[in-house]
Design a protein around this ligand. Sequence first.
Ligand SMILES: [Zn+2]
Length: 278
Amino acid sequence: MSMGKISQQIKKFIPRRIGYTLRRLKLWYGRMRYRGNNFYCPVCEHGYRFFFDGGFDLPVISEMEIVGAGKRPNAICPGCSSNDRDRLVLLALKNQKYNFLPADKLLHIAPEPSLATWLGNYQMKHHGQYIKGVKYHEGFYYGNDVHLIDLLQLPFKSDTFNLVICNHVLEHIPDDVAAMKEILRVLVKGGQAILQVPWSMKLDETFEDPNIQSIDDREKFFGQFDHVRLYGRDFPSRLRSVGFDIKVLSVNDLDLNKDTITSFGLNSKELIFVARKA
Ligand SMILES: [Zn+2]
């Protein structure tokens, strides 16, 4: 069993509210304890002596060169627990060139806690609505302001949101195309969605097989016990197939220099998938 699965099993025994409070205490301690100047976190906007290593390794992750997975040095901020991907997404959101923010109505699915804190403050300051939702499953802690929703049946009218953020969710959903259609439906015309997934640089075509069901097999083929596929380089085409216009941003599109990429602890291979409702 992988570390990811083990840690989820342990968390199952800690009630949601206690887990949430413990997490906040741990981050407060991290912010004090590891303060410094070697790294800077654009999410919690503090400097640190170091970032923690993050992720876990499985053979398929290195063999298939999966971006957005695997053990990574300097990945986790000790003060807000943002990881390399969260920080990259935030830098894209902050970049005025791409018109993500401020958003009149923002829907954040399975909200990364560090990003959610930043976005909550930002949206409040700019009088934008900020709705967070998740399909709850044990072992994940969210505050009471996170609604329990099903991505396959979003409880919102069509043409509602200017921005949807839904990262590292689609690879868990058997009918991901139906989920993509739901996101498209609730976006206003011209609205944008940021849809990050782990994907393999080596795969031309996404690999999925409904016979791969067991935890061991999913780890072996998809790189995580609860993933149902491994996306390939065709991920943008899959999004296009439901009607999205796709823009793929790299670190180079975010006006970041080499020093910034290092001190912000970013993964320069990571791409940002932006889906726009035409
Ligand atoms: Zn941070």
